[in-house]
Design a protein around this ligand. Structure first.
Ligand code: G3P
Length: 218
């Protein structure tokens, strides 16, 4: 499973990219607002750090304007994936931008039918929002499983990009189901390596090693 980082914070992207775990980045208008940066400038900086797809979202709501915005965003770098909302205008823009050779990420997906439409419109990525479904008492992961089954039934090549990930468990379950990508907030990525038994085991090894009086180097 590929890991995208769900942030527009340059320092966090740089830090995680150094671990080799960053296959791409996703941003959205809320994340741009939180970063307090100008969209074109910060997106260009992200594309210079990360080779994989970098999602940048349009903010127009009519298809023609979405296409114009998407074309401008795609000109930032060859690894831009234009993000469009899951509306009929978004689907029209998805088809036009895909036909023009751009990667497109259809976002704000909350149903299997929406994912089916996005795949038929040629989306490169579909972004089902797990956490926001959990927030309203539904099972976000069931949507990931439904989309996996539908895409496999018809050999759609659209990649399932599990989004709105809030916990390390979300990452593991999305991987078990077979999501192609998870876009993960930096704080959750950092927690993926943690386990109390790892810490406990390492402490015990180091304590025993100290008793031997040995050194591997010198
Ligand atoms: O990639 C979409 C994601 O940022 C939404 O996450 O936590 O705002 O629901 P959240």
């Amino acid at each position: 499973m590929k890991f995208f980082i769900d942030t527009a914070e340059i320092d966090e992207i740089r830090e995680l990219a150094a671990t080799g775990m960053v296959d791409g980045v996703t941003t959205n208008p809320s994340l741009i607002m939180k970063a307090g940066r100008e969209i074109l400038e910060v997106t260009r900086e992200i594309c210079a750090i990360v080779d994989g797809p970098v999602s940048a979202e349009v903010t127009a709501t009519a298809s023609e304007a979405m296409i114009a915005e998407g074309t401008k965003l795609a000109a930032i770098a060859p690894n831009i994936a234009v993000k469009v909302p899951m509306t009929w205008d978004g689907l029209k823009a998805c088809k036009a931008l895909t036909d023009a050779g751009h990667m497109v990420n259809v976002t704000l997906c909350f149903s299997a039918n929406q994912a089916l439409l996005a795949a038929k419109a040629g989306a490169t990525f579909i972004s089902p929002f797990i956490g926001r479904l959990d927030d309203i008492g539904l099972e976000g992961m069931e949507l990931i499983a439904d989309i996996r089954q539908i895409y496999d039934n018809y050999q759609f090549e659209t990649q399932i990009l599990a989004a709105s990930i809030r916990t390390v468990n979300h990452v593991a379950v999305a991987a078990k189901i077979g999501a192609d990508v998870a876009t993960i907030p930096p704080a959750v990525v950092k927690k993926l390596a943690d386990h109390p038994l790892t810490d406990k085991g390492l402490d015990a090894f180091l304590a025993d090693w100290a008793k031997t009086g040995q050194k591997i180097l010198g």
